[in-house]
Write a protein that binds this ligand. Structure first.
Ligand code: 5GP
Ligand code: SF4
Ligand code: MG
Length: 470
């Protein structure tokens, strides 16, 4: 999911809508905005579909006045799937004795089932099936006297991965879990004498509203921001060694964002360079599977000296296939979204570079399309190691049994996909590309890489209860 908040500019909700539009790649099922105005109080709008189709109409935006607003774009990793329940669309709102608060959450709470059971037993009335709603109910039960302190209480009970943007009547709040699995950045907007504050999942959404990047919210940090006092930093959690999601580097974040002081585009290009060194092959053409494979393909072509070409053309009006939550839509998606550039492909030995193989359905279809177009050979090079484990921290990978790499070796996958060769980047190569010159520190990895390594930095309690085996 994507989260965004703005404090201290007129009609903050308009800026939030733009920010969410720039974060649309993080969630395409639904979006929501809550705003606060001193005269009109809290208002909210939650809708299925793209930001641009909802939060551009004056009918909606006029209902969201005020200098403070937060928003969320959703893709379901917990709770209902797809566009079925508007009650699961964030931000969530709660009314407390000291006033209202709204929260928007990116990540996954790994002990949500246990928390929900306990809260319901003690009288909480849940409105949604979302794991994130637990935070509101835990806040309601806290005995602290102000809302940020109640949030601290609540989040100390929550396990898993979370970046949170929240608001009270006067404050904008941002939090990252102690491992800092999901991103969150702070920005500044407007002329110096009259400027406001911005929180965003990624820096690309600061750019769209002309905000200046200030810094990342640190793992385990909570910032409480008000117009009067500026940014106050708190440390509610026990300090841990950060484990940022390495898959944000490979796929999830936008390439024009900066993560950990490093360009995501540059990291992805470097993945291609590493891949070309680790798994060279003689061929005539390097093609990306657009758009997610593009920077790595550029790096691969550069390093190998094999010409780069657009052998597959993407229809710009389709979304990301995997964010479509049902298998049936996903299956259709490939053809609706990608087409082969026959004139370029015919007779050539083609290297296809993609970000990941999950179920293998995309890769199989693409291989068929490329061979139909008359390619002489097809070689797959994948910008991540084999995805052999599900993510429980906010990326929607399917159950373990459906992951190709969970049941097959690399050679079996090659045969299943029907390609001439298939190679994945090594974990070390991926770490090097992400700026870790010495590769992965196996005794204390610098990132979360559980979907590749099976080493989960937070025990997925709910899943273990449901029978998941580590
Ligand atoms: P599949 O192998 O399941 O057909 O799909 C792989 C494609 O889905 C990749 O090219 C990638 O663009 C996209 N994808 C990337 N990450 C994920 C993920 O975590 N889960 C799923 N289901 N698809 C992903
Ligand atoms: Fe990211 Fe994979 Fe860890 Fe999930 S399991 S947080 S996708 S690295
Ligand atoms: Mg892809």
């Amino acid at each position: 999911c994507g989260i965004f908040g703005v404090l201290g500019v007129q009609d903050a909700a308009n800026f939030v809508a733009l920010g969410l539009h720039a974060l649309q790649h993080r969630g395409q099922e639904a979006g929501g905005i809550v705003s606060h105005d001193p005269e009109q109080g809290f208002n909210s709008a939650r809708r299925f579909g793209y930001v641009r189709d909802n939060f551009t109409s004056t009918d909606i935006m006029e209902t969201l006045p005020g200098p403070l607003a937060i928003g969320h774009v959703r893709y379901s990793t917990a709770g209902s799937k797809g566009q079925t329940a508007i009650r699961d669309v964030q931000p969530f709102f709660g009314e407390f004795s000291m006033g209202g608060a709204a929260i928007a959450h990116n990540g996954n709470i790994t002990n949500a089932n246990a928390l929900r059971r306990e809260l319901i037993e003690r009288g909480s009335i849940f409105q949604s099936s979302s794991d994130s709603e637990c935070i509101i109910h835990l806040m309601a039960r806290s005995l602290q006297r102000d809302i940020p302190a109640r949030m601290e209480d609540a989040l100390r009970r929550v396990e898993g991965a979370f970046s949170v943007v929240a608001m009270t009547r006067t404050k904008l709040i941002g939090v990252r879990d102690a491992l800092g699995v999901r991103p969150l950045v702070l920005g500044r907007i407007g002329p110096e004498e009259n400027s406001g504050w911005v929180l965003s999942s990624e820096t690309c959404a600061l750019d769209i509203i002309g905000a200046e990047f200030v810094r990342e919210i640190e793992p385990g940090e909570m910032v409480v921001i008000s117009q009067e006092t500026g940014v106050e930093s708190r440390r509610p959690f026990r300090q841990k060694k950060p484990r940022f999601c390495i898959f944000e580097q490979v796929y999830f974040s936008r390439p024009d964002s900066i993560l950990g002081g490093r360009s995501v585009y540059e990291t992805r290009r470097q993945i291609g360079v590493e891949l070309a060194r680790e798994a060279p092959v003689e061929a005539d053409l390097v093609c990306p599977v657009p758009d997610s494979g593009t920077p790595a393909a550029i790096g691969f072509a550069h390093e190998s000296g094999i010409p780069y070409g657009m052998g597959i053309i993407r229809n710009q009006y389709m979304g990301r296939t995997f964010i479509e939550p049902t298998e049936q839509i996903r299956n259709m998606g490939v053809r609706l979204k990608l087409n082969v550039n026959r004139a370029l492909i015919r007779g050539k030995r083609v290297i296809l570079v993609d970000d990941s193989v999950v179920r293998g359905t995309t890769s199989r279809k693409i291989k068929e399309m490329i061979l139909d177009a008359g390619a002489a050979e097809v070689h797959f090079r994948i910008a991540s190691p084999p995805t052999a484990w599900p993510c429980f921290y906010g990326v929607d990978t399917p159950q373990r049994e459906k992951l190709l790499a969970a049941t097959m070796s690399e050679d079996e996958m090659r045969d299943f996909l029907g390609v001439d060769s298939l190679k994945f980047i090594s974990l070390d190569g991926l770490y090097r590309a992400a700026g870790e010159a010495g590769g992965r520190n196996n005794s204390c990895p610098q990132y979360c890489d559980a979907c590749f390594s099976g080493e989960y930095p937070v025990e997925p309690a709910d899943m273990i209860e449901k029978g998941f085996k580590l």
